[in-house]
Design a protein around this ligand. Sequence first.
Ligand SMILES: [Zn+2]
Length: 604
Amino acid sequence: MAYSEADIRRVVETTDLVALVGESVALKRVGRRYSGLCPFHSENTPSFSVNGHDGVYYCFGCHAKGDAITFIRELHRVGFAEAVETLAARAGIQLEVVEVQREVRDSRQRLYAAYDLMCRRYRENLDDPARGVRGREYLLERGISLEAMKAFQIGYAHPSQSVQLQRLGLSSKEWEEGGLGYVAESGECGDHMRGRVIFPIRDSSGRVVAFGGRILPEELERLSGKAPKYKNSGDSPIYHKRRVLYNLDRARSEIVKLDSAVVCEGYTDVIGLWQMGVRNAVATCGTAFSEEHLDVLRRFTRNVVLMFDADKAGQNAAERLWEFEERYGMQLSVAVLEEGMDPADAARKDPEMVTAALAEVIPMTRFRLNRLVASHRTDSPEGRAAAAKAAVELIGRHPNPLVRSEYLAWIADVTGYAVGELWRQVRHREQPRGGGPVARASEGDRPSLEALRLLVHDPDEVGEVVVRELFRDPVNQRLAAILSGAGGKKKARELVDASGDEEVRELYYRLANAPSEMEGVDVVTTLVIREAGYELDRTVREIKLRGATGDLAELAGGISRIKLQLQELSSDRSNLEVLGQLISWLVERRRVVAGVSLDSGTTQ
Ligand SMILES: [Zn+2]
């Protein structure tokens, strides 16, 4: 169902978030906020904070965040519309279905129905004693039992199967755009999956939204090898392969129960694991495991075990996943299989090895370091130096300082270098890069955070003063840019959510739930004095270097004035006129600098 923006807003505004959260968590008042044990991760001391006034929550432990709708979605693991309905029912609000959406919705409904029908036909084919014989033989050869064929609704697209769109209730356009097949020039419809065994791909609520097909050997031969072994439906209005995980609908409750998900690369891996009793496995559908997949999984668990075939594990567990590990509060690990085995093979030939691998998963960072150390000769000084250098490279990119510290200690052990020396190198490699995830200036930068906090809580009041040019950290800058131009607190939050910028959202929700640590006006003054001082020093240095020519000529003339203003503001911190003048200067100066070279700024 689609509901109007106005209805959705009304539902959110009517909901008392403190009361809503209070139904599942005991909340205690702390200043202007409420705090309690987080319902999304297990903990003994409360780190879950609710800002009832603005209707937002944030967990300082697992970084769960959002408003009443996200709270219901994540707590009950339901979709957006369902969450809105739940809240509306709770508040006694009648929702109106938006009519304009109907046509789109109907077309989607037809596609769901068509996929469902095709799925049943493929099933019937495979079950048919005569027509399905080759499909069944092939699957049995690959170790897939009749029981599994039934459980996973595996089917078979017979090579001679014809398609009648009328019976599917689809137009030829929908047949093509829905990713089911093609329409030849003669007008005849062709099925993409002909001659393949079919693995239906369902979304998390169990609807068939795509197919994966494995070609039968004789069909491949008939096409003289000119066809891919595996073929997946393309993206369609009902299927986005980057967000869909094979088998999630069936594995979901087991994932929650075990608080862990196993991620493989293929449907046959999932089926193989299922046959040996592992029921919390899912697979990516012909794409690499990505941030979006993590985003889907984190609603069910924080623990993700990657089980790829041994060679690929390193490459596929892409470096970027680290960042997400930290950002989403996830724990990624790797289950290591014997070289050359994929999970499907391993589950069939040596289930005990699979069980052992799952019992002894290795944190991803450790896994990568193991491989790195193994690829160097640590019995020579040169080998140890090279290993240490590469390890420092790797560890230095991990966003969590505690994790960095632990691994550095381990590498120090392996290579014989002093931990202090390795730390020095980590810091050294941070220098030229500046504000990357490692050197997040905002972490220890009180004045910047406090100024942003003011902006989050009162964008109307301070939006014109707390502008992006006051900040050097890129995330701080992006959040300030959104908030100061938003025009209103509600609009501000909408813009933050719509930005799709996870770092900005994280910072926003954190600050919306953070108690203030400094006095209001003083925060801005402190920040401006510091930043104007920094910019002044830089300008002076630049003039020394290049001489007072070009754009610098004019600046040079203003330097003594800025120095004076800085002194004035320092002795009279409530002098708003001078504060305003310094902000204007800072804005102008930084806009020019941004045009020339973006200084993303390291820690102050
Ligand atoms: Zn939490």
